[in-house]
Design a protein around this ligand. Structure first.
Ligand SMILES: Nc1nc(=O)c2c([nH]1)NC[C@@H]1CN(c3ccc(C(=O)N[C@@H](CCC(=O)O)C(=O)O)cc3)CN21
Ligand SMILES: CC(C)C(=O)C(=O)O
Length: 398
């Protein structure tokens, strides 16, 4: 692992333009002691990299993923919104070993569920606990979902396509805008759809710019390893933060012969490791999704990368976790594995069953005359009704 590339990765994540051109000494100043000591640190004692303020003179324009801390509103009794999550927060999470939470959203309601989950469970909390002592400030308590992912799995779960490869950039943008309207405090990351970065780096940059500009996202996610490094570099250079995605890459499911666990042989494990290093250290991705790889491999990679890893089917040794929201809510999609879905999936609710039962009950009640009942109908006063009947009868006679 070269310290130059480590520093470049960190500096890129911090949005420092100078990252690709400054000297090692300048980089050491930007990223602090972590840069200088990186190589000597053991995996266990390695304090993850500090994320000092970016010292680049002309950097403010690069900061849409590092929003300045907004003061938390102090409204008595009202739940206090947390401030917007930033890339720096994710790096701090890795350093402090606080797991990063990521969940997909594909429309306004699913975005609102994420936003609502960031509020304290009870708005009764008013800054003191039962003993009267001060609680940590609300902005210090990790809550809710750090990253909302507009993942292209929405092609399958929200649009009914047989694979993610059918989703177009315009369709993705429509979903991004809906999520952005509902989700204000999570970092917003969207997948670059299949095919939008396959022909040239320029195509990829154009697509990513639309995701940021028209989709109102903070960052893009790109599937692939060493082969997408030139694109990741270009994007980080122009100030578009990139989340990488290695291991099982669903956009290539046909080439991988289905949704198969990766990294189970020596050669395959090495490829996952090489790819994860390339996208973060050479490309400058601020984080990397590790999908469907053995837990041991994911933990090992996590310990060796400065960038946070977000696992799906990669065990608890990752810096964070991600699931598809409709999957964890128990809304079935055609995910295979005998209807159970993949092994990595945990269902936290059974919304599919709840919704189906409700639809069936509604249909039965309409046919049975139980719906609508009195409480669902609008009254008119007897006086107005008599008046109307008289007027209508007169009108009919004339
Ligand atoms: N609803 C949904 N959830 C997802 O997590 C998801 C999508 N869609 N679409 C895109 C990809 C596809 N994903 C999948 C789909 C199936 C398996 C699966 O069935 N895996 C097998 C392992 C097969 C093997 O390696 O032999 C499993 O048993 O877990 C894994 C990932 C993850 N992504
Ligand atoms: C499952 C996650 C990581 C994803 O890529 C998606 O939702 O498309």
């Amino acid at each position: 692992m070269s310290t130059g590339s480590v520093a470049r990765s960190i500096a890129r994540s911090l949005g420092c333009d100078a990252a690709s051109t400054t000297s090692h000494r300048q980089l050491a100043r930007v990223v602090g002691p972590a840069y200088r000591h990186h190589r000597q640190l053991s995996t266990q004692s390695r304090p993850a990299l500090a994320a000092p303020p970016c010292t680049c003179a002309q950097s403010p324009a690069r900061s849409y993923s590092s929003y300045p801390t907004q003061p938390v509103e102090q409204k008595h009794g009202a739940p206090q919104p947390r401030r917007k999550r930033t890339i720096r927060d994710l790096q701090a999470n890795k350093r402090k070993r606080i797991p990063i939470t990521m969940l997909t959203a594909h429309d306004y309601p699913s975005a609102r569920f994420i936003e609502a989950a960031a509020l304290p469970p009870s708005s009764a909390t008013n800054g003191t606990n039962e003993a009267g002592s001060s609680l940590p400030s609300p902005s210090q308590q990790p809550r809710g979902i750090d990253i909302a992912l507009i993942g292209d799995s929405l092609a399958m779960v929200a649009c009914g396509y047989p694979s993610t490869t059918h989703l177009t950039l315009d369709e993705m943008l429509y979903h991004c805008r809906a999520v952005a309207r509902g989700c204000k405090t999570s970092l917003l990351v969207a997948d670059l759809p299949f095919g939008t970065y396959a022909v040239s780096v320029e195509d990829g940059v154009r697509a990513a710019v639309r995701i940021i500009q028209e989709g109102h996202m903070d960052a893009v996610k790109i599937e692939g390893g060493a082969e997408v490094v030139p694109l990741i570099k270009r994007l980080t250079d122009v100030g578009i933060p990139v989340m990488a995605h290695v291991g099982l890459t669903p956009q290539r499911q046909a080439a991988l012969s289905g949704y198969r666990v990766q990294g189970k042989t020596v050669a395959s494990a090495m490829k996952v490791y090489d790819d994860a290093r390339a996208v973060t250290e050479d490309g400058g991705a601020f984080a990397v999704v590790l999908e469907a790889i053995p837990a041991r491999l994911a933990a090992w990679i996590t310990d060796r990368l400065d960038a946070p890893t977000i696992g799906i089917g990669a065990g608890k040794g990752c810096d964070g976790q991600v699931l598809v929201q409709l999957d964890m809510l128990g809304v079935d999609s055609d995910l295979g594995a005998g209807g159970k879905g993949p092994r990595f999936l945990k269902r936290y609710a059974n919304l599919g069953q709840v919704a189906t039962d409700a639809v069936r009950e509604y249909a039965d009640e309409v046919r049975g005359g139980q719906f609508p009942s009195e409480e669902h109908t609008y009254p008119i006063s007897d006086e107005a009704w008599r008046g109307f009947l008289e007027a209508a009868t007169t009108k009919a006679r004339s």
